[in-house]
Design a protein around this ligand. Sequence first.
Ligand code: AMP
Length: 539
Amino acid sequence: MLGNMQDGHLLISGLIEHAETYHTDSQIISRTVEGPIHRYTLKDAANRSRKLANALDKLGLKQGDVVGTLAWNTFRHFELYFGVSGIGCVVNTINPRLFPEQLTYIINHAENQYLFVDLSFVGLLESISHSLETVKGIIILTDKEHMPETTLQNVMCYEELIADESEEYHWPNFDENTASTLCYTSGTTGNPKGVLYSHRSTILHTWIVSSGNVAKISSSSVILPVVPMFHVNAWGIPYATAMFGAKLVLPGPLLDGASIFELIDQEKPDLLMGVPTVWLGLLQYLNETNQTLESVKTALVGGAAAPRAMIQEFEEKHNVFLMHGWGMTEMSPLGTATARTAEMDIMDVESRYDLQQRQGKTFYGVEMIITDDAGKELPKDGEAFGRLLVRGPTVVERYFKSNESALDKNGWFDTGDVAKIHPEGAMEIVDRSKDVIKSGGEWISSIDLENAAVGHPSVAEACVIGVLHKKWDERPLLLVVKVEDQDLSKEEMLVFLEDKVAKWWLPDDVIFVTELPHTATGKLLKTDLRDQYKEHLIK
Ligand code: AMP
């Protein structure tokens, strides 16, 4: 027997309609690419999203067409999230930090019809425009006054495009499983792969990210997402802002410590979101200028493991709870988070840091298990570790344009991460399956070693890779970037690690480097380093 309830579709247009009706005056503050700080309300954003929708109709866009963005976190990008998906088209947020060949691949593979581009990326687009196969026109996200000279063809100005359009628009109703947004993963090998979200998966994810065991978003929240809107939809925060009427502070193109702190100081966010490298920059700036964070209560960190030293510094110097989250593009992206619990409030601080270092528990809607290489499920005992598999309505089923499902026969998606699950349910990432070091048949976690190494005050960044070894097949090699003007020897580094990891995990060598390579999403690019140092121990 079926239930007797209504069957309304969960659509992104419904979020912006709700926002303008019930959170009319909630503020969106943006640092613009042109420079000044821009302020308006959710009502203004809704009006301009409808003007944009009318303009998109006039450009001839039809449901299912793909529209790309190369843009920072600003109010115009926010409008595109709602205007484009609202009419049934797909927003393809493109990461401008990718290599030009990857950008070209994505734009052609997604069959982008139009591209909406910030001033910062006009030069980049000019350099690849000759190889774009489907793009009919380019809209520069600025006003008439700031329009640049460019060799690009069919160029329009965003403010002029929407200026004379009506604020009236009737958002169409359609199936909630319709595609809304397309993000490509920036894998370290092969072509990027597209993950095509639906309106339904996006709304379900918005509820998850906003919920009490995650970011606790409400109309009294003030959120500063440093995580880019071109990287998995800024973890869903633009949608959550509309759903709950939070105040949103968008950092535009300036993501350095000083610029982020300036916004924090002016706009008083209580919630920050970003990857560890961003927080390293902010903490360094705060140390140098002897300042502290006053309004911030929680900083959500994810995308890479948060070192204990960072958790500790946020807490002890700034009274900020560092909430560790884990996820991936294929999961919309959020998979787990370490919510602060009543038990955490009364436990000793070192035990709490232990819990915060884990990636946390998953939520209703996402299932999670670990298995061995043969697919046998492993116990959730905090000891066994294996391949981390997930499933649920916010998890990918297949990559964009692929004929094959990305799932195994039981519907699980293999995350490519290796993890433990503790008896109370918290997941702990051990490594990426391709980064784990296999020494004499046993596994060594490169992440644990890196986290231990960055606990040394003279270490700015650390990277551990497995390199060939005659007896043990692979052994860990530690690469360290020192904090400027600090002295540190290989012996000192190894002594420091001695009581932090098992003896047989200690790296066979330590190499000091001036910088480490990163992917477009800020993760260490270990493939290049493995190639470079492969034979370091067998020469
Ligand atoms: P992306 O799809 O670019 O967001 O990358 C997802 C991958 O980033 C995951 O599969 C993990 O390997 C890694 N990752 C994300 N969050 C964390 C975290 N908190 N700790 C360790 N690794 C993480």
